[in-house]
Design a protein around this ligand. Structure first.
Ligand SMILES: [Zn+2]
Ligand SMILES: [Zn+2]
Length: 343
């Protein structure tokens, strides 16, 4: 039996430039229904040193950091000291892995916005460590959804309809990298909170609202037990391996989603690398009917509007799934991690 837990990643608190402390964030996390959250304050682990990882309000609080020079932001997990942001990106990424941690390129293809000019993308993807990718970042997608003041107002008032799929450039690079190694992907919200602006809907500045946007759902063999160290391991190992999928909760909550490879004897999950052999089948299952696409090496090879889709005897390749919801205005809903079928 597999278990599926929904979490919110990439959150900033008062320890850097966020507006709430742990207690405030715990309240929002509990109300949002998240089972775990991960804090990534800019260039600090003060939250870890002063308050520690813990269950707060029934939500598992884990703490990493975001190395934040002008560009090349790097989300780090399972570390004890913050890498020096003045180093070259390859060096601070290496520091994370030397500490036994792991990391993700943060908002690697964030678009420049003429109203808020800042280049925040990742420049050189050629690193010596097995980094992962923050494939979908709520704040970046929102910032990329307008170019003018009128567009800004529209995106502020109707953020639900502004959430576009992950950047196509990032998807392309991620699929390409997957041909040579496993590359885990996560979704982050990049939540900072903020003050309510008059009568305007509190969409951009509310932790609660943002916690209900992009989620990373981990899939694990063991249930969470309420024991900090064990549950921390369960969540972090799933993220590190890429045994997780990304969900736009604004398009609909997801109780379960499965994408796996099987033969007569066993199943393999997202993040698994499997040697190709005859008799394999790839299967996708959804809670409700939606538009499903199976992507192999960056190209759609099968699609249908249904609750299930399967592929018998898939050849060697890097496979993943995209799901879109809604008949007339399909909205990006679920993006899986890869299953790697090697020749
Ligand atoms: Zn950042
Ligand atoms: Zn951030």
């Amino acid at each position: 039996m597999l278990y599926n837990y929904s979490g919110v990643l990439h959150i900033h608190t008062k320890y850097s430039d966020g507006s709430a402390d742990f207690k405030g964030i715990a309240r929002a996390a509990r109300r949002s229904g998240a089972k775990f959250i991960i804090i990534n304050d800019h260039d600090t682990l003060q939250g870890l040193y002063k308050e520690g990882e813990q269950y707060l309000n029934g939500v598992l609080f884990l703490i990493g950091s975001e190395v934040t020079p002008k560009r090349n932001h790097f989300l780090c997990y399972d570390i004890r000291s913050v890498p020096d942001k003045h180093l070259q990106p390859s060096e601070y990424a290496k520091d994370v892995y030397n500490q036994g941690g792991f990391g993700f390129l943060a908002h690697p293809d964030q678009k420049e916005n003429p109203l808020f000019p800042a280049k925040m993308h990742w420049e050189n993807w050629d690193l010596d460590v097995p980094y992962g990718v923050e494939l979908w970042n709520y704040f970046s997608q929102w910032m990329g959804s307008f170019r003018t003041r009128r567009g800004l107002l529209k995106s502020f008032l109707f953020p639900k309809f502004c959430l576009t799929p992950p950047e196509s450039q990032t998807l392309l690079r991620w699929d390409e990298l997957g041909k040579t190694r496993t590359v885990p992907a996560i979704a982050g919200v990049d939540a900072h909170g903020g003050r309510q602006l008059g009568w305007l809907p509190n969409t951009l500045c509310s932790y609660l609202y943002q916690f209900k946007t992009l989620r990373t759902h981990v899939v694990c063999e063991n249930p969470l037990k309420g024991i900090l160290n064990e549950d921390r391991n369960t969540i972090l190992s799933a993220l590190k391996k890429g045994c997780c999928y990304l969900v736009n909760h604004l398009a609909g909550k997801v109780e379960y989603f499965s994408f796996y490879l099987q033969d007569n004897e066993r199943h393999w999950q997202m993040g698994d690398e499997v040697s190709h052999k005859p008799g394999l089948t790839l299967k996708v299952k959804l809670p409700v009917k939606a538009h499903l696409k199976i992507i192999k090496d960056g190209r759609i090879i099968s699609q249908s509007t249904s609750r299930t889709l399967q592929l018998t005897n898939p050849g060697p390749g890097v496979y993943r799934v995209e799901v879109y919801k809604g008949k007339f205005w399909p909205r990006p809903w679920i993006f899986s991690n890869h299953i790697y079928l090697r020749a």
